[in-house]
Design a binder for this molecule. Structure first.
Ligand SMILES: C[S@@+](CC[C@H](N)C(=O)[O-])C[C@H]1O[C@@H](n2cnc3c(N)ncnc32)[C@H](O)[C@@H]1O
Length: 222
């Protein structure tokens, strides 16, 4: 079983003894995590019974019931504090991910792949003692940002020297990398937002961030 680009990107950001995949559905990511040796033990958490059965079936078919424990429940609720060292939440909207992250217990490493803008997750990380350690862009139906957050004290050094609005929207590491994929995305945003932007409209702030991001990538590229 091959992972698509966004789950492959998430896989490459995970390495742990024990990991939880929250909202796993088919359980493709935890199965590959075990098969590739990146993780020794995995917990799968699923809220809905259809996807839960799907996960249980695929885990049994892969012969990995000893290494992957599939649990029914909401977000981190079926996990004990300290039980896993890292967790992934992939293929959901950023708002759904944020609701799950409001749990009392969170592991020190989070790998997040929202289906929409990752901005709210970067803001959450800044406000909740997590640093953005790594970021990848994956292509698919949309272009997806995949983030590895780690619990760390103090301000996140990833943002230093970057325009904050642009870095929160496009990602501090992704801006520094200034890939053709990111620049294409910024240029498309500028084209979409220019006719919508006017003083006090939300599109105005978004356009300012996109213009600042383009300028930052141009500077980085020299
Ligand atoms: C679109 S699927 C993504 C599946 C897989 N992670 C992927 O990226 O391909 C989202 C899954 O998250 C589950 N889900 C949504 N909210 C959840 C929550 N609070 N706790 C556990 N699972 C949740 C849904 O039932 C669904 O199976």
């Amino acid at each position: 079983m091959l992972l698509d680009a966004r789950l492959s990107a998430a896989l490459s950001l995970i390495r742990a003894e024990t990991h939880a995949d929250i909202g796993s559905d088919h359980a493709h990511l935890p199965i590959r995590l075990i098969q590739t040796g990146r993780v020794k033990q995995c917990v799968v958490v699923e809220l809905n019974t259809g996807p839960l059965a799907h996960a249980q079936q695929n885990v049994a078919r892969a012969g990995l019931s000893g290494q992957i424990n599939v649990r029914h429940g909401n977000g981190f609720a079926p996990l004990q504090a300290g039980e896993v060292q890292s967790a992934s939440l992939c293929g959901m909207g950023a708002n759904t991910i944020l609701k799950v992250l409001s749990a009392a217990y969170l592991p020190p490493v989070l790998v997040l792949q929202p289906n929409d803008s990752a901005r709210a997750l970067r803001v959450w990380a800044q406000q909740n003692g997590f640093h953005v350690q790594q970021e990848l862009l994956a292509t698919g139906y949309w272009t997806y940002a995949v983030l590895r957050l780690e619990r760390r004290a103090g301000p996140d050094p990833a943002y230093s020297g970057l325009p904050l609005g642009a870095a929160l929207r496009y990602g501090p590491h992704l801006l520094r990398e200034a890939s053709a994929l990111l620049r294409g995305q910024i240029e498309k945003d500028i084209e979409r937002l220019t006719p919508l932007a006017a003083p006090r409209r939300p599109a105005q702030a978004e356009l300012q961030d996109a213009l600042a991001a383009l300028a930052a990538t141009a500077l980085i590229q020299g």
